[in-house]
Design a protein around this ligand. Structure first.
Ligand code: ZN
Length: 252
């Protein structure tokens, strides 16, 4: 079992390195295959041993080998986050299809959440493949859950659409966008119904805590708007780890 967890963690670190490429390039509309990884400061290609997740950043002490430009701490953080998130899913679900299904979900939540946090964009180039991957995986591994997929996607989408319209009526400006709706559809595909409600609720609670905390330290004021995607994504992750007993408390 230790070997299994170690492999999952290393896989997570490596995927995290790939998510960094997505996070850096997708919002700018750049190709994710070419050119090879390079320093944004001086353009020097990054050597393969400097590109090893976490290790590379430590070897370089956070600076480009050629020009000395600082490398954003976001790179090792996203790698560590990806490794830890996948490991936690594997520990929670062991060697079962759910590890694969929820592992796949996490692989979309991380780049979508981080990109939304930085750019306020939820990209179709991530949500669409995420929805398709979820439908395919569940049909292959848990075909008896097909109704779940349908109602999860519908429920998640409609729920967010409702709040998007409500928000627009109340605040007279766009507080939730279609990207948030698509993200919730994606989550609904993987978690099903009524579980998608719990995932959403967890996200709302996390956003609420963040806003209260931000106001308490004076970083957020009334009228500020924040990206909701990272919170929806985190809420779905909370559901993946603890949804079981949340469902039991709320629905049974
Ligand atoms: Zn450089």
């Amino acid at each position: 079992m230790i070997a299994y967890y170690l492999i999952i963690f290393l896989l997570g670190l490596t995927l995290g390195s790939f998510f960094n490429v997505l996070i850096h390039r997708l919002p700018k509309g750049e190709s994710i295959i070419r050119p090879r990884s390079h320093c944004p400061g001086c353009g020097t290609s990054i050597r393969f041993y400097d590109n090893i997740p976490l290790v590379g950043y430590l070897l370089l002490r956070g600076r480009c080998r050629a020009c000395g430009a600082a490398i954003s701490v976001r790179y090792p953080l996203v790698e560590l986050l990806s490794g830890a998130a996948l490991l936690s899913v594997a520990v929670r679900y062991g060697q079962s299809p759910e590890t694969l299904i929820f592992g796949m979900l996490v692989c979309f939540l991380i780049p979508i959440g981080v990109i939304d946090f930085h750019t306020r964009l939820i990209l179709n180039r991530l949500t669409m493949p995420g929805i398709i991957a979820g439908v395919v995986l569940i049909f292959l591994l848990r075909p008896e859950r097909w109704k779940d997929i349908l109602f999860g996607a519908l429920g998640g989408g409609l729920l967010l659409l409702f709040f998007a319209v409500l928000g627009k009526l109340l605040f007279k400006k766009e507080s939730l966008g279609m990207g948030d709706v698509k993200l919730m559809i994606l989550i609904g595909v993987y978690v099903g119904f009524p579980d998608v409600l719990i995932a959403f609720y967890s996200g709302v609670v996390l956003a609420g805590l963040f806003i209260l905390g931000g106001m308490a330290v004076g970083k957020i004021r009334m009228g500020n708007s924040i990206a909701f995607g990272p919170f929806i994504a985190s809420g779905a992750y909370v559901y993946v780890l603890w949804g079981d007993w949340m469902t039991r408390i709320l629905f049974r």
